[in-house]
Structure formats: structure tokens, C-alpha cells
Design a protein around this ligand. Structure first.
Ligand code: SF4
Ligand code: SF4
Ligand code: SF4
Ligand code: FES
Length: 956
């Protein structure tokens, strides 16, 4: 059903540069060639009735409601499927057309329930609108004949219903699933009167291939497919445009509201990252924001063995500040630090790093990007000169060959995956480098040319062998390299990759990928035209993560695949604001805009504005904080929005470090795993309760807008400001727009960014400054940001994490569509109906060897620890490799991951852990301890809740 604020022009726009002029109802209209008559009329504000057409989908021409007359043309062509032509004279309204349209509508209405007044779509139903538009007053056929009015509803999906009695078989849902989502889950089964919409082979929605993206619900012109929230709550009164707080695609949504109550999230057709599409998380998984587990009152306690005490904000903030100052007085200035999260807005992250640098007086600030994309920042800065992806998502539509390395877009970046699939269905070729057979390898109407199923940990060996082929077979774009890159660095790199030891044949023993496949993939990438690389955490989360990022950049430069549409190096960022949290200076060595803290000129600018002396030496990274805590020198941590006890590797090491600290302040929505080790809990706000911005994987800064009051009384930036003031800092922002103004004043790539401009343009891709006042869609167009592109030697160094007789398998980790990161949000929604536990994927050979059957409990032992998961036997993984997700704390996926990390950035080597797998009958010792600790912490929380807010002054 249409959003409350959308105008549908009937068919998609035409990209033609040729303009055509025609007459519609006597008005002269000029539109691009290829535009439909329906769209041309709509652009001239002339509405032609329609049912099967929508501007989100290709025209289909099935309902026959949009008939028009064209001078000199026989019959009544459909406006949605007829393109404009120069000089055409079109009538959209006359007595004949009115009669024909009424006849069509009569047939529809004769088989449609007449319960408009109680229908959830009442007032927003296109069928109802069209009945009015064509002036239908009576149905001559009566309602007694054969009809579909008693068809049973399908309520299986937790978020939407399917009521076939209301279906007009317009096929919009089927086409939305095909064209927009690319899942092909729906068909029209049967013929004529017996035509019905059927998920898969007539299954219930939940039993079909449906991934609950909501595209069909959005496309449906009637109430046949309706959100359950809309049915329960009624239609919205107003809507606010905001940005999804889940993944790095950064989809724009219209939050449809009734007062303070969210009715539904509707993907914004004008959203630059999603163009009206969505996935199950951003569209439906909002239940966490009002979940009873949410903590809304500040709490403090002396030790983690004490019950929590609810206190007012003033007490909590004063206590936190006093503790931080006490620790600094006792253990020194550097004994405390802060961690921010990629789930927070840019403005919040900026404030946390400001608080640490200017308020704590050290540079001990880090972010969760440390454990995901820090190698991207490092590797791309070294080679191309900027720590960010080079393209827009839309650029993929101009790619001829797409290489996906260590990423699983259909699960982790689903809306971009749908766009990529659209391009692949148009004929672009696909190369996938991944140890696991991800869905993209073979999905409806798509089959990868090459699936390079490498062994985990051998990325650099693979990229070097791809480069070897390109260099040795003369496929380098010499002209590009000579003009755009440092020739000396190129020549050095060329000699290096050309060495025989880097050949696909020599590297096959390491990678496990047949040399012929590597050769063929390299030729395809280098010669197919526009070659675009998309990569994810399967590239970065390795001991050679930074090396691999540089290897990818080398490959793109050598083949001339940088600096225009359809090409580039594109990191797919995991969380909503990974790019932004890095941009905002949340690493210990960098100010906002990736400028080193040792740079005197930069530091001077910050010192002048912040009126404080700043340190020139980098502070501690997260793993260094843990080490220092265990050594006794690091005692206090302010953590905003991050759950390090679940997300960071080697859980037992992390929790030992947390236990060694004296004051942990957690600012979050829930008592997450880290908060169970905390002494101060500051209740945060969800993205629906605050203003700010997120920056997605394409460097796109998008607005986040408050649609309801914070349940805790404060937005997160306000809490940081309260803490800063309690520590004696001057901080007086009255709105996040003022924080953005300060960011713009201090950051060369952001000088042109403001809330006013964001509201005007919808979103902006940085750099945005005098040179690029409306942002920069494609980077490195004429020159690289660093001037000349730099090739770097990428020597393959095998990881020290080796398989042996004791640990013969390699564990690698990843995500699943319905869950998000540590699962704190999505586990508190109906998304658990798709995925309610993490499982261990195991190849049938490895399972058979161990006597493991599907669904058995298996112990997974590594050098770091042991956990127990349920086995899922599948040949998606290759023999010798096992795989799991990490969305549930009790799974303890990170109990087994080790502390190995990227040589340059300390990004953990999550993707390679040597393990053994055995059948077991009970949880691991860690799981039992964790279960006990968890129960105890829940009791301590419940005691606080039951004590009420009497302790300390009342909460705000
Ligand atoms: S479910 Fe809706 S969109 Fe699909 S065919 Fe029926 S009326 Fe059309
Ligand atoms: S929700 Fe999405 S995947 Fe499911 S049937 Fe509808 S369009 Fe297809
Ligand atoms: S693709 Fe990502 S940003 Fe878009 S709706 Fe899904 S989770 Fe949100
Ligand atoms: S809207 Fe044109 S045929 Fe249905």
C-alpha cells in the first residue's frame, strides 16, 4: 500500500537524453524519449487511472484501466505500456474511455469484499481510489456468483498478512519480488478466474523463499498484502524521513507515525541509497525500540556483584565523572578511555572523541571499526589517498564485471545486493572469491562465472596470483598507470607479482583454487570493460587484512578500474555508521578527517577551537586497553553503544580485562554483555529518538531524524555532553546541527556539510566543500586524492593460525540476513522466527568423519576456548572449513576466536580459527559459566527495577 506522502508517476523514468514533445488533453508536454504516456501525463499533472502500474516497476499492461485514445491510432492503447512519440495527440478522458474504465472496475469490484470502512487500507487503497476516479456507482453483475471472497488469509509472516480475498491479481507483488528484490518467490498460479498469487509452489509465505523484504507489500495497490502493524494500529497521521540504523547500505525510510507511535517504516522512493527498496531489518525489525528489556533509568553500583541502584541523571553523571577523575588522580591521566560505536550518529561519535581528547586529556579513544574495517581505512589511504570507497551504489549499474571478495551482500547488504542482482540479470559478469558458497554464486537468473572458493586466510595469495596473470599476460592498462600512478611503485609491484612464486599454479597449493580458474577470472576482470570490486569483512578481518585491501587497490589501478562510473574499490561496511565513525576521528591516532594527532597544524586548529592543549601521541587501541587493564594500568572506560564483551575476539580475555577495571560506564539500550561488567549504566536512545546523521558505505551522509521522545529523557549526544560538563568541560550544544557545524569547521572534507543542506538535498556524499559543494559521487576522477596512485608490495605471509592434528578445521564467521551484529536489537524482534540460534555449518564429509548428524550438538574447540553449537550439515562450506554466525551471546562464537590480528591495524583475525569439532551432549564449561553469570546479572538488574526509582533523586 502506498506511503502517505508518495506521488506515483505510474512507470519508471526514462534515461534518454532525447526530448520528445507531444500533446496530452491539449497540453504540450516535453519528456525524455521512452517515457510512457502515463508518466508523461502524470508529469503534466494529468492523472490517468491505473491499477497494475507503479513507477517502481516496469509497465505490465494487465489491468486495462489506463486506456487512452491517440489521434490516428486504432483502438484504445494502454497508457502505461505506450511510449511517447513526437507530435502525438492523446486524449485521456472522454465518454468512451470512461465507459470502458467503468466496465473494467465493475469486474474487479464484483469479486472484492465491500468492507471498505473496516479495511486497513481505507482511504489509501488504489482500488477504492480508482472506483471513485472512474465514477463507478453500481455493479451490474451482483456479488452472488463464483468469487474469491472466502479465500483463507495467510498470516504466517510475522510482519504482514496476505488476504487473497482482496487480491485483484495485478501482479505488482510478483513483479516487485522479481524486479526490485530479485528473489522470485511469487508467481501467479492458475489461469483466468483461478489465477492466484502463490509464494513458491503455493506454500505459506514463511515456508517459501520469501525473505520478507516488504517490496510486495509496498507494491500492492489493495489491502491484500498489509503490514500487521498497520492493521493493528491504524493508518499513520504524519511521516518523517530518516535513515535505517542497521547496515552500511543506509536506506532512507519514511517513519509513519501516529503521534509518538511508530506505525510502519516505509522505504523512501527518493532515498539515494535504496530508491524505495528495503530489507526485513530496516522495514520491519523495529520492535526492539519499545521492547520491555529496554532500560530507561540511569543505574549505578559499586561492584558487579552488587544489585543495580536506579538513580536520577544528576547522580549518575556526577558519580561517573567523579569516578573517572578519581581513577586519573590515582592511576594517572592515561588510565581511562572511551569507546564509541558505529551504531551511533556522526555527531555522537564526534562528541565521544572530543570528550576523550579534550576532557580525559588523552587519545585513548577507539571504535568498533577497529574490529571490522580499520584495514580499509589504512589500505585505501596508503594506495589511493582516501580511507573510503570510491563509488556510489548506483555505479554498479554501469559495471560489466563485478568481483565480490569476502562479502555476502544478500545477507549483510541486502538492498545493495538487490541492485547488484538487477545488473547481473542485465548481463554483467560475476566473480566471487569466498571460501563459502554464498547465495550469489547461484540464485534465480544469476550464476557466477567463477567461484574462487579459496581457503580462509589465503586472500593475499589469491590477489597476487590474479595480479600475476594480469601483468604476465599484458593486461595492464599501461596508459592509465603511466598517467595516473607512481610509475616507480608500479614497476616495483609489477616485478614482484610477475615472480613465478606468485603465479596461480604456485599459489594453488595455498589457496586451494585451481590455477585455470584464477587465470580465467583475472582475464575477465581485466578485459570485460568496467570492472568493479566489492569486498567485506572476509577481506579485512585477517592477519593480512590491510595487505589485502592494498592488493585490491593495486589490481584496480593496474587495470584502470578507478575514477569513473561502473568501476572502483568498494568496501561494504557492516554497520550503519562504520564509515562515519572512522570519519569522525574515533581512532586513537586520528582527528576527524583522518589527520594524524601528531600533525601540528591540525592539532593547533582543534586546540584553538576547543581551547585546550591536546596530546600529539596516539592513544590506546581497544586491544591495548585490554592489555593495559590486565597489567593494572588501565582502570576506567566509557562505552557508548558498543558491546565489546560479545563482539570482540577471545571473549575470556575481554571479560578478564573488563573485570580488572574499576569503573566501566556503559551507555546503551539494554543490559548487554558488556553492561553486565559495568558500574554505571546510562540509558541511551534509539535512532528513532534522536537527530543526527549516519554515513553509509558510499560516503553518503544521510539525516537521522527524531520521531519520538527519548524514553530515557536524553538523546545520546546530550548524555555525553552532561558527562563532559561534569568533568569540567565547556560543552553547550543545543542541537546536533551545531555539532555538525563544528565538524564542518574543522574537517576539510566536510566544510560544505550542514543540516540545512542535508534537508535540501536529501543526502550528501563527502568530500563536500567549496570544490564539491553538493558532494562527490565518484572519487579519484582526474587524479587520486593523494596525487598519484601508489602501488604497494603485498607479500603473502601465511597466518600463524595453523591447522594441525589437534585443530584440523578452519572456522570462519559471518552474518545472516535477519540478524544484525551482536543481535541486541534483532534478537528482540520477530526476526528470531528466521534465525533463533547460531549454528555451525559443517561439510558432509567432515560431519561423517565425526559421526555428526544434522541438528546434533557439537563442541567447537580452538586454542582460545570451547563452545557448543548445533550442527548444520551443508555443502555450502568446503571440506575442512566450518562456519558460524555470532548473533547470540550464548553461542560464544568469540570464545573460540583468537587474538591474532592485522599487522597494521590490529583488526582481529575473526575469519581464521583452527578448531576441532566433536559430538557432545552438554554445553561447554564457558557456556555454563556464562549462563550462571547471565542469570545472576539479570537478578541484580531485576532487584534494581523492583526497588523503583526511590534511590537518589527521581529520574528525569
Ligand atoms: S497481492 Fe496485491 S499486488 Fe499482488 S496481485 Fe494481489 S492485489 Fe496485486
Ligand atoms: S516480501 Fe520480498 S521476498 Fe517476500 S515475497 Fe514479498 S517481495 Fe518477495
Ligand atoms: S539494507 Fe541495510 S540499511 Fe537497508 S533496510 Fe536493510 S538493514 Fe537497513
Ligand atoms: S495501469 Fe496500464 S494496464 Fe494497468
Amino acid at each position: 500500500m502506498q506511503s502517505i506522502a508518495e506521488n506515483d508517476l505510474g512507470t519508471p523514468p526514462s534515461a534518454s537524453a532525447v526530448q520528445v514533445t507531444l500533446q496530452i488533453d491539449g497540453c504540450e508536454v516535453t519528456v525524455p524519449a521512452g517515457t510512457s504516456l502515463m508518466r508523461a501525463a502524470a508529469l503534466a499533472d494529468l492523472k490517468i487511472p491505473k491499477l497494475c502500474a507503479t513507477d517502481q516497476l516496469e509497465a505490465f499492461g494487465s489491468c486495462r484501466l489506463c486506456l487512452v485514445q491517440i489521434e490516428g491510432v486504432k483502438g484504445y492503447p494502454a497508457a502505461c505500456t505506450t511510449p511517447v512519440a513526437a507530435g502525438m495527440k492523446v486524449s485521456t478522458q472522454n465518454a468512451d474511455l470512461a465507459r470502458l474504465r467503468r466496465g473494467v472496475m465493475e469486474l474487479y469490484i464484483s469479486d472484492h469484499p465491500l468492507d471498505c470502512l473496516t479495511c486497513p487500507a481505507n482511504g489509501h487503497c488504489e482500488l477504492q481510489d480508482m472506483a471513485g476516479a472512474v465514477g463507478l456507482r453500481e455493479v451490474r453483475y451482483g456479488y452472488a456468483g463464483a468469487n474469491h471472497l472466502d479465500s483463507a488469509k495467510d498470516e504466517s509472516n510475522p510482519y504482514f498478512t496476505f488476504d487473497p480475498a482482496k487480491c485483484i491479481v495485478c501482479s505488482r507483488c510478483v513483479r516487485a519480488c522479481d524486479e526490485q528484490q530479485g528473489t522470485f518467490a511469487l508467481t501467479i498460479a492458475g489461469r483466468g478466474f483461478h489465477s492466484v498469487v502463490a509464494p513458491s509452489q503455493g506454500d505459506a509465505f514463511m515456508d517459501s523463499e520469501c525473505v520478507s523484504c516488504g517490496a510486495c507489500v509496498q507494491a500492492c495497490p489493495t489491502a491484500t498484502l498489509s503490514e500487521k502493524s498497520l492493521i493493528e494500529q491504524g493508518q499513520a497521521e504524519h511521516s518523517v524521513i530518516t535513515t535505517c540504523a542497521y547496515c552500511g547500505v543506509g536506506c532512507s525510510f519514511r517513519a509513519e507515525m501516529r503521534g509518538e507511535e511508530l506505525v510502519r517504516m516505509v522505504p523512501n522512493k527518493d532515498g539515494h541509497a535504496n530508491h524505495g527498496h528495503s530489507c526485513v531489518k530496516g522495514r520491519f525489525a523495529m520492535g526492539y525500540a519499545t521492547h520491555p528489556d529496554r532500560i530507561t533509568k540511569p543505574m549505578i553500583r559499586a561492584s558487579i556483584n552488587d544489585p543495580w541502584r536506579e538513580v536520577g541523571w544528576e547522580t549518575a553523571i556526577a558519580h561517573a565523572a567523579a569516578e573517572l577523575r578519581r581513577l586519573q588522580a590515582k592511576y594517572g591521566r592515561d588510565s581511562i578511555g572511551g569507546i564509541t560505536s558505529s551504531r551511533c550518529t556522526n555527531e555522537e561519535t564526534y562528541l565521544v572523541q572530543k570528550l576523550v581528547r579534550a576532557g580525559f586529556g588523552n587519545n585513548n579513544v577507539d571504535t568498533c571499526a577497529r574490529v571490522c574495517h580499520s584495514p580499509t581505512g589504512y589500505g585505501l589511504k596508503q594506495t589511493l589517498g582516501e580511507s573510503a570507497g570510491t563509488q556510489t551504489f548506483d555505479s554498479v549499474m554501469a559495471a560489466d564485471v563485478i568481483m565480490v571478495i569476502g562479502a555476502n551482500p544478500t545477507d549483510a547488504h541486502p538492498v545493495f545486493a538487490s541492485q547488484m542482482k538487477r545488473r547481473l540479470r542485465q548481463g554483467a559478469k560475476l566473480i566471487i572469491a569466498d571460501p563459502r558458497r554464498i547465495d550469489l554464486v547461484r540464485t534465480p537468473h544469476i550464476e557466477a562465472e567463477h567461484h574462487l572458493a579459496l581457503r580462509p586466510g589465503t586472500n593475499v595469495a589469491l590477489i597476487n596470483s590474479l595480479a600475476h596473470v594480469i601483468v604476465r599476460e599484458g593486461l595492464v592498462k599501461e596508459e592509465f598507470v603511466r598517467a595516473r600512478c607512481e610509475v616507480e611503485s608500479f614497476e616495483k609491484w609489477r616485478r614482484f607479482v610477475a615472480e613465478e612464486r606468485n603465479s596461480p599454479e604456485a599459489m594453488a597449493a595455498e589457496t586451494g583454487v585451481p590455477a585455470a580458474a584464477v587465470r580465467s577470472a583475472a582475464r575477465l576482470y581485466a578485459t570485460a570493460g568496467n570492472g568493479a570490486i566489492y569486498y567485506g569483512l572476509g577481506v579485512t578481518e585477517h592477519s593480512q587484512g590491510s595487505t589485502m585491501v592494498m592488493g585490491i587497490a593495486n589490481l584496480a589501478m593496474a587495470t584502470g578500474n578507478v575514477g569513473r562510473e561502473g568501476v572502483g574499490v568498494n568496501p561494504l561496511r557492516g554497520q550503519n555508521n562504520v564509515q562515519g565513525s572512522c570519519d569522525m576521528g574515533s581512532f586513537p591516532h586520528e582527528f576527524p578527517g583522518y589527520r594524524h594527532v601528531s600533525d601540528d597544524a591540525t592539532r593547533a586548529r582543534f586546540e584553538a577551537l576547543w581551547k585546550v592543549k591536546l596530546l600529539a601521541e596516539p592513544g590506546l587501541r581497544i586491544p591495548n586497553m585490554f592489555e593495559a587493564a590486565l597489567d593494572g594500568g588501565f582502570k576506567g572506560l566509557y562505552i557508548e553503544g558498543e558491546d565489546i564483551a560479545q563482539s570482540d575476539p577471545n571473549t575470556q580475555h575481554v571479560t578478564a580485562s573488563l573485570t580488572a577495571m574499576e569503573c566501566i560506564i556503559v551507555q546503551d539500550l539494554f543490559l548487554n554483555e558488556t553492561a553486565k561488567y559495568a558500574h554505571v549504566f546510562l540509558p541511551g536512545s534509539s535512532f528513532l529518538e534522536k537527530d543526527g546523521t549516519f554515513t553509509n558505505a558510499e560516503r553518503r551522509i544521510s539525516p537521522v531524524r527524531r520521531v519520538s521522545q527519548s524514553k530515557s529523557g536524553y538523546a545520546d549526544w546530550e548524555i555525553t555532553q552532561l558527562l563532559a560538563r561534569a568533568l569540567g568541560m565547556e560543552m553547550n550544544y543545543s542541537h546536533p546541527s551545531e555539532i555538525m557545524d563544528e565538524i564542518a569547521a574543522l574537517t576539510p572534507t566536510f566544510t560544505g556539510v550542514s543540516f540545512e543542506k542535508l534537508d535540501r538535498l536529501g543526502s550528501i556524499q563527502w568530500p563536500c566543500n567549496d570544490e564539491h559543494p553538493e558532494g562527490t559521487p565518484t572519487m579519484h576522477v582526474d587524479t587520486f586524492v593523494r596525487g598519484k596512485g601508489r602501488f604497494l608490495i603485498t607479500e603473502y605471509v601465511p597466518t600463524t593460525e595453523k591447522v594441525n592434528a589437534r585443530y584440523p578445521l578452519i572456522l570462519t564467521t559471518g552474518r545472516i540476513l535477519s540478524q544484525y551484529n551482536v543481535g541486541a536489537q534483532t534478537r528482540r524482534t520477530d526476526n528470531v522466527m528466521w534465525h533463533d540460534e547460531d549454528r555451525l555449518e559443517l561439510h558432509p564429509h567432515d560431519a561423517e568423519e565425526r559421526g555428526v548428524k544434522d541438528g546434533d550438538w557439537v563442541g567447537v574447540q580452538s586454542r582460545a576456548g570451547e563452545t557448543v553449537l548445533r550442527a548444520q550439515i551443508t555443502d555450502r562450506v568446503q571440506p575442512g572449513v566450518v562456519y558460524t554466525t555470532f548473533h547470540f551471546p550464548e553461542s560464544g562464537a568469540n570464545v573460540i576466536t583468537t587474538e591474532n590480528s592485522d599487522w597494521a591495524t590490529n583488526c582481529p583475525e575473526y575469519k581464521v580459527t583452527a578448531v576441532q569439532v566433536t559430538r557432545v551432549t552438554q554445553p561447554s564449561a564457558w557456556q555454563r559459566r556464562h549462563g550462571e553469570f547471565d542469570r545472576r546479572q539479570q537478578e541484580l538488574l531485576d532487584q534494581a527495577v523492583h526497588a523503583g526509582a526511590g534511590a537518589g533523586e527521581p529520574a528525569r
